[in-house]
Design a protein around this ligand. Structure first.
Ligand SMILES: [Zn+2]
Length: 54
């Protein structure tokens, strides 16, 4: 079983900015409004959170 995450690539037409967010429903970092998701590729989670190994 592989560890993968979904990285949303989005674009905000109001601000003309784009970004990436590991969230199901990303919001614009500039205006905080809804954004248009342009791509939703899965990325391998190569570094899973340490399990209390600190
Ligand atoms: Zn915006």
């Amino acid at each position: 079983m592989r560890n993968v995450q979904v990285m949303a690539h989005w674009f905000c037409g109001d601000c003309d900015v784009e970004g990436r967010d590991v969230a199901a429903e990303p919001t614009c970092w500039n205006c905080g409004g809804a954004v248009t998701v342009t791509a939703r590729p899965t990325i391998p989670a190569d570094h899973p959170p340490a399990d209390g190994a600190a």
